[in-house]
Structure formats: structure tokens, C-alpha cells
Design a protein around this ligand. Structure first.
Ligand SMILES: Nc1ncnc2c1ncn2[C@@H]1O[C@H](COP(=O)(O)OP(=O)(O)O)[C@@H](O)[C@H]1O
Ligand SMILES: [Mg+2]
Length: 416
């Protein structure tokens, strides 16, 4: 039986789907992790771990040396056929370990450049990919000077986080300094890795946002599809909805897709699926960031429902060294997710979920916190409180359906 190792997982859809795909392919699944609590705390986590994982290996997963020691032990018992991570914080050590074992995988240097937002910006600037003006700074004085040069509002963000964590739109110098200090005051990132010493100060792009889901294989980068995104939340950029495929006119979509492919090529992304975010500004497409791993936020599931494929199975097959084809089962349908928010406070009542579930086309309507739970102010994706997922023949209708269903759900809160 072929054996596959996963290094951690994301909690936003594609990670658990990758484990399910490996199970479906009849692989022996080994899960390298440095603690399972957060998986058990996630919706569906206990179920996916118990049904899709054969072996758990507890080890440090944040850096290559200790991960490699654990991987080598496992590999010495019986060789692995694949080793990968679809989790943002672990993509680099996983790619390095796969390369050392001689297994199929992306070029670790490319993954390393993409994973660090400062290196990613520098590389894209060198290769002519359209990006916002930016400075990588290490002191509060440099941050203030960068903001002065770039102009306000600007965006201050950490080089090594995800899910909107430490990404702030700053309208004043005081906010720039606060944003900078908030990042450098913690010596590690959200997953305990040493914090990268540079902070980004960037031109605040104004334009609507999409992501482009690309597949790199056999020397080429192909576009699997473009996703319309809704972001919001005051001076933050919380993802409030995704629709696949985009309803944009072909010429706009194609310009965004071309910029995304150029970005993937700029960082030498050469195997797997990448999730590339862009804004369409008055000056055309501008790169927000390249994520050298499949999308979270259930986007890969929207792709599955739209295209009639199993996106994460495709990824697993690639890492097994199989050639992949991406022909869908038929013409693309539309699939959309809309996230729910509520006033911060303690949840009093939740109503309307049943009504939302009965809306034709709705597959899921879920509110995460129950009565008595805390709703935090909307700052990062984890502060959302639920979602509705819908499909329709057409992406625009799928989005409108999800919105109509979401509107039925009311989560009332009272002050803490
Ligand atoms: N320079 C920028 N201008 C405007 N919005 C930005 C900029 N950088 C980031 N954002 C917004 O913040 C969101 C999160 O930033 P991103 O760089 O993608 O980090 P993360 O890894 O947290 O997703 C983006 O999806 C985008 O909406
Ligand atoms: Mg992002």
C-alpha cells in the first residue's frame, strides 16, 4: 500500500479534503503534527482524523531539522510515496523534506520566496509582476518614512501570517506605528515560528478582489478558475464571500488570470495548486499575494461543485508523481459561500437557520457560536460567525441565493 505523509493541515476546508482524498485513493495516511487539539476543536476535525488518518506522528513541524528526523524514521520503516503540506505555515519545511527524500514536490526555494511576503514582493518587482508600491521595514522610524513616501492610507502587514492576521489599513501615522509595533512586539508568528524581522508598508490598493486558482505541472502554469471575493470589516480585510467562477467579463478575467500566472512563474512555483489574490484597480490587475498552496475558505470545494472535479484529489495525485488532467465533468456551474457576522458581544439568540437551509440551492447554513458564546469584533477570518454555501447553474445566481439565505439568519448579541 502506498504511504503518504501530511505535515499538519489547514482548518479551512482544503486540508481536511486532502486527507479525505488520500483515504479515497486507498493510501496509508500518516499525519505529522505538533498537537491535535486545534484539529479536534475544528468543525469535522475529530471525524476526519479518525476516519482518514492511519498513523499520527507527533513531532515539531515548524522547521526542517526536527521534522526531517521524524520523517526519516517513518520512511526507514517503509518508504513514503508522497509528503506534502497544504497548511500555510508548514509548506516550506514540508517541501524541503520531500525534496531531501527525493519525492515529487515543488521547488522548495520557490515555496520559500512565496511564503515570505517581503521576499515575494521583491521577486515580483524584479520580474515585472504588477504589485503595489511597498517597503520592507524593520524599525518604527522606517515604517513612518515608508508611509510618508507611499502616502496614506497605506497597508501595514506582517510578512509571515495568513487569514488577514496583522493586515491593517492605516489612515494615520499613529495607526502605522501601532500596526508596526503590534507585529514586532510578538517574537513569533501565530504558529510559533520565529517572526520574520521585516514588516511591509504598502500602497493601499483600491479595487475589487479576486483570487486565481492555478495549477503548476510539467513546466507550465494553468488557470483552473477565477474566484470573485468579497472583503470587508472596517480597516481590516476579512473574507466575507467567495463565488466560483467569477462573473467578470472575459477581458477583465483574462487580464487578472495573466497577472496571476506571471506571479506564479516569478516565484518559480512548479508543482501543485496555488491561490493567488489580486485586486483590479484603475491601473489594471495588481497582485495582493501568492499563496503557494490550495485555497482555504472552502474555495476548493466551490471548485469541485462547479467543475465536477475533486480538486484535492488532483493535488494528492500530483504529489504521488501522477500526471494530472483537469477536464471537468461538464460545463461549469456556479458555487458560492457567504460568511455571517454579528455585533460583538455575547450571543443571545440564533434564528432563521432552518429557513436558510430550506432555500433551494442551499447546501449548508451554519452558525458557529451557540447562545452564551462570545462574538469578537470583526478583524480576521476567524471572527466570522457562520456561513451559507449555495450552488446554481450560474455563479451570479449562486451568490445571490447564498446572500438571500444568509439574510434569514439573525444572531443577536448583548454587550459582554
Ligand atoms: N496593499 C494592499 N492594498 C489593499 N488591500 C490589501 C493590500 N494587502 C493586503 N490587502 C488586503 O488584505 C487581505 C489580506 O492580506 P494578504 O496579503 O492576502 O494576507 P493574508 O496572508 O493574511 O491573506 C487581502 O486579501 C486584501 O484584501
Ligand atoms: Mg491573502
Amino acid at each position: 500500500m502506498r504511504r503518504i505523509g501530511f505535515v499538519e493541515s489547514n482548518l479551512s476546508g482544503s486540508g481536511f479534503d486532502a486527507l479525505r482524498a488520500a483515504r479515497k485513493l486507498g493510501l496509508h495516511v500518516i499525519f505529522f503534527n505538533c498537537g491535535l487539539d486545534r484539529y479536534h476543536a475544528a468543525a469535522g476535525g475529530t471525524e476526519v482524523l479518525s476516519t482518514c488518518v492511519d498513523e499520527f506522528v507527533s513531532c515539531p513541524t515548524h522547521e526542517l531539522a526536527p521534522l526531517m528526523a521524524a520523517v526519516e524514521q517513518v520512511n526507514a520503516r517503509e518508504p513514503l510515496s508522497a509528503l506534502l503540506s497544504v497548511a500555510e505555515y508548514e509548506v516550506v519545511p514540508a517541501a524541503e523534506a520531500a525534496r531531501l527524500l527525493g519525492l515529487p514536490g515543488p521547488d522548495p526555494d520557490g515555496i520559500r520566496v512565496a511564503r515570505n511576503k517581503a521576499d515575494q514582493r521583491r521577486r515580483c518587482a524584479e520580474r515585472g509582476v504588477p504589485i503595489p508600491e511597498f517597503r520592507a521595514v524593520t524599525t518604527a522610524e522606517e515604517a513612518a518614512r515608508a508611509a510618508e513616501e507611499i502616502g496614506l492610507p497605506c497597508v501595514v502587514k506582517a510578512a509571515d501570517e495568513t487569514s488577514g492576521f496583522h493586515v491593517v489599513r492605516c489612515a494615520t501615522m499613529a495607526e502605522v506605528i501601532d500596526g508596526f509595533r503590534a507585529i514586532v512586539s510578538v517574537p513569533t508568528n501565530l504558529r510559533g515560528q520565529p517572526r520574520h524581522r521585516e514588516v511591509l508598508v504598502e500602497e493601499c490598493l483600491v479595487g475589487f478582489e479576486v483570487s486565481v486558482e492555478v495549477l503548476a505541472a510539467a513546466g507550465s502554469v494553468r488557470v483552473l478558475g477565477v474566484t470573485d471575493k468579497i472583503v470587508g470589516g472596517h480597516n481590516r480585510f476579512v473574507e466575507l464571500g467567495h463565488t466560483f467562477p467569477t462573473a467578470l467579463p472575459d477581458s477583465v478575467r483574462d487580464g487578472l488570470a495573466r497577472a496571476a500566472v506571471a506571479a506564479a512563474q516569478a516565484v518559480d512555483f512548479d508543482l501543485g495548486i496555488a491561490h493567488i489574490e489580486l485586486k483590479y484597480t484603475a491601473d489594471g490587475p495588481k497582485l495582493v499575494e501568492i499563496n503557494p498552496r490550495p485555497a482555504g475558505g472552502r474555495i476548493t470545494e466551490l471548485m469541485d461543485r462547479s467543475l465536477g472535479v475533486d480538486t484535492m484529489e488532483l493535488v494528492v495525485r500530483q504529489y504521488l508523481g501522477e500526471p494530472v488532467t483537469v477536464a471537468g465533468a461538464g460545463p461549469a456551474r456556479g458555487a458560492a459561500i457567504r460568511y455571517l457576522t454579528a455585533e460583538p458581544g455575547v450571543v443571545d439568540t440564533v434564528t432563521g437557520v432552518d429557513v436558510a437551509r430550506l432555500v433551494p440551492g442551499v447546501h449548508e447554513a451554519v452558525v458557529y457560536p451557540g447562545p452564551g458564546a462570545l462574538v469578537r469584533p470583526l478583524r480576521v477570518n476567524e471572527d466570522r460567525i457562520g456561513h451559507v454555501l449555495a450552488t446554481a447553474d450560474d455563479p451570479y445566481v449562486a451568490g445571490r441565493t447564498a446572500e438571500a439565505a444568509a439574510q434569514q439568519i439573525v444572531v443577536s448579541t448583548r454587550p459582554e
